[in-house]
Ligand binder design. Structure first.
Ligand SMILES: C[S@@+](CC[C@H](N)C(=O)[O-])C[C@H]1O[C@@H](n2cnc3c(N)ncnc32)[C@H](O)[C@@H]1O
Length: 260
């Protein structure tokens, strides 16, 4: 997905990242000497929070606009930002065996070839290094709001949606399948778990946040976007929360800690 369209990232992301940074450091103890790679860093909110707990952070994202924004709003002396493709990490010689820790947070499901990204992450880790990762997981019992929003269409919008390949690739297997995939790449000491996420949002927050995950909006003329988006949001909410006035981000995430 091309995230270049997203300019200022939502304050909701910041609020969530405050929570995630605690989850990350509990699951994977961080050290002031660590060199950490943040894969798919977006506007750098997580990189900035993590930079206070490690020695150095290198952060990579394939959207030049995101990196430009990260350099502006999430700068710190010990962070270096780079425009780069996570599925090409293994070709970045300067990354090979270079990181004590890697974080890939809410980013792998935007890559069709997420397995190649995981191979690159493995190669970027120092022996003894650790990676914290999560990605959306296909769970038939849990509605995935982002997936619904990403794929929404109706006859009215077919002209713009025709041929659109949704850009959201959930992992379609069990925890054991995920573990096996990681072990096949070479990772060891793998711990995996699924977590259902349901985060309430105020209406204004939802309106600001949801379009971040709707790459298809780029296909719509400016003057249709609002109408299409409102319809898609209504559809997503009606599917899951018929009796509820509140708005949510809902999905199942598969989390893993893996070592090299
Ligand atoms: C939902 S944001 C997550 C940002 C950040 N990790 C966080 O947790 O706040 C997903 C990010 O992944 C980036 N991304 C998607 N595909 C990528 C790829 N192939 N290589 C690098 N970054 C990618 C997007 O540009 C976007 O900034």
């Amino acid at each position: 997905m091309n995230f270049s369209r997203v300019k200022t990232y939502s304050p909701v992301s910041y609020k969530l990242n405050l929570r995630y940074v605690e989850d990350i450091s509990q699951a994977m103890p961080l050290n002031q000497k660590d060199v950490l790679l943040d894969v798919g860093c977006g506007p750098g909110t997580l990189a900035l929070l993590l930079s206070k707990r490690v020695g150095k952070v290198k952060a990579v994202d394939n959207s030049p606009e995101m990196i430009e924004e990260a350099k502006e709003i999430s700068k710190a002396e010990n962070i270096t930002y780079k425009v780069g493709d996570a599925t090409k990490l293994s070709t970045y010689e300067e990354y090979r065996n270079s990181f004590d820790k890697v974080v890939a947070h809410c980013t792998l499901h935007w890559m069709k070839d997420f397995k190649t990204a995981l191979e690159g992450i493995y190669q970027s880790l120092k022996p003894g290094g650790q990676c914290f990762m999560n990605m959306a997981h296909q769970n038939p019992h849990i509605i995935n709001t982002t997936q619904l929003l990403n794929c929404y269409t109706s006859p009215k919008w077919e002209t713009f949606m025709k041929g659109y390949e949704h850009a959201y690739y959930t992992f379609e297997g069990t925890d054991d399948d995920y573990k096996q995939m990681l072990a096949g790449i070479g990772f060891k000491d793998i711990d995996c778990k699924q977590t259902a996420i349901k985060i309430p949002l105020k209406y204004d927050e939802a309106k600001e946040f949801y379009p971040n995950s709707m790459g298809q909006l780029e296909r719509f003329p400016e003057d249709c976007r609002e109408e299409y988006m409102e319809e898609a949001v209504k559809y997503a909410l009606d599917t899951d929360y018929k009796d509820n006035q509140d708005h949510f981000i809902s999905c199942s995430l598969i989390y893993a800690i893996a070592g090299k």
